[in-house]
Design a protein around this ligand. Sequence first.
Ligand code: ATP
Ligand code: MG
Length: 391
Amino acid sequence: MSNSRIAAIDVGNDALKANFGKLEHSLYIPNVVARDMEDRPVIGIEELDEKDPLDNLHIRVHSPALQENNAIYRVGNLATKTTNSTELDPGSYKSEEDQTLIMLFASLALDTVSGKDAKSSKNNVIDANYTLGTGLPLREVKEGKDVGYRSQLLGSVHQVEFLVTPKYQGMKVNIKFDEVKVYPEGFAAYVNLVMDNDLNIINKELIDKQILIQDIGGLSTDIAVIRNRNVDDDKAQGFNLGVSESLEMIRDEILTKHGVELDSRRDVVDIITRKNDRHHIMVKGSRTNVHDITDRILLELAKKQYRYLRNVWQKNSQSEICYFVGGGSAVLKEYIKTLNNRLDGFNIDFFEDENESIWMMANAYYKLISDYIRKNTKEPKKQEQKAASSK
Ligand SMILES: Nc1ncnc2c1ncn2[C@@H]1O[C@H](COP(=O)(O)OP(=O)(O)OP(=O)(O)O)[C@@H](O)[C@H]1O
Ligand SMILES: [Mg+2]
């Protein structure tokens, strides 16, 4: 276990967020993959090496855990540029999709090779050992899907081979897990709220209260109910609605009305959240207001999200506060606050820094898995000491 590296990974429907090692490395990769039917033509290596590997993830994955073994994929930004890319379907099970594993393995392999000087390594195969903390939606944990998911990961070696990826082309990483912990997402958010990196309680006020956590993601919204320092499985609710759809609608309307084609949903997020020139775009060189479009669509979504909150709060009337997390909360913050002031006046709170909302799960998994390692590395030492002193 000594050379096992920590990985805390949130495979979000919209994007994977990962923390590695002593937190010296992290990765954010859009959760998009595209299956390649044949090898991409190799372009000039010099030209390729100028590019960022993160924008050109092109891999072959061998793993018995996959339904489709040995297939070639474009992952993340590279996949968004193809027409056959797939994003996770709202109704699907994260734990049963190859896509979840492809994303997970790609991020681990990228972490491994980015720590090495690719050119100087003669041996193209690297063995990498990880201790993984990750999560699944509450709904899947409730159904016991975490058990199979975990044993699939633990049970074999998973190989990622970099194909036409700058700097790492031709490298193979054999990923082996020394331990895998699968946490329920809502609980992880709670841990992050009340505990620091050493799992010391940082929020005494909150720890014994009944609280709600509404996580608005890309494709889904989960509301966890925390009571007696635990997630109340029966009360938690999941909805198949996130912000991606609304971002896509805004993009479409901007195209129809102004003839401007934004590259991605990311661009829409930028337009509605940036500090300067918010809700404006450039049309043929003129600064143009798109507030009418963004306002209408986001308000509509905020109303739906507010209905979810009302509904859950009604069934859990003794809740003291609801925290809004996830990237969607950052986008809808002002709209939900305004609605709440006009309507029920619930005690709700948002995070100042949107990165904190987005990284909530990955940071929580990091805390949980680090704590697990601390607790489990002490014991062998004690045994060694015992063995030594008894000699
Ligand atoms: N810095 C940001 N500010 C505002 N919104 C953002 C930011 N980064 C991402 N988003 C948007 O927030 C949405 C949700 O992101 P988030 O990472 O919380 O989803 P996810 O966890 O991947 O999805 P899910 O929870 O459904 O599995 C995305 O549509 C994304 O475009
Ligand atoms: Mg999420």
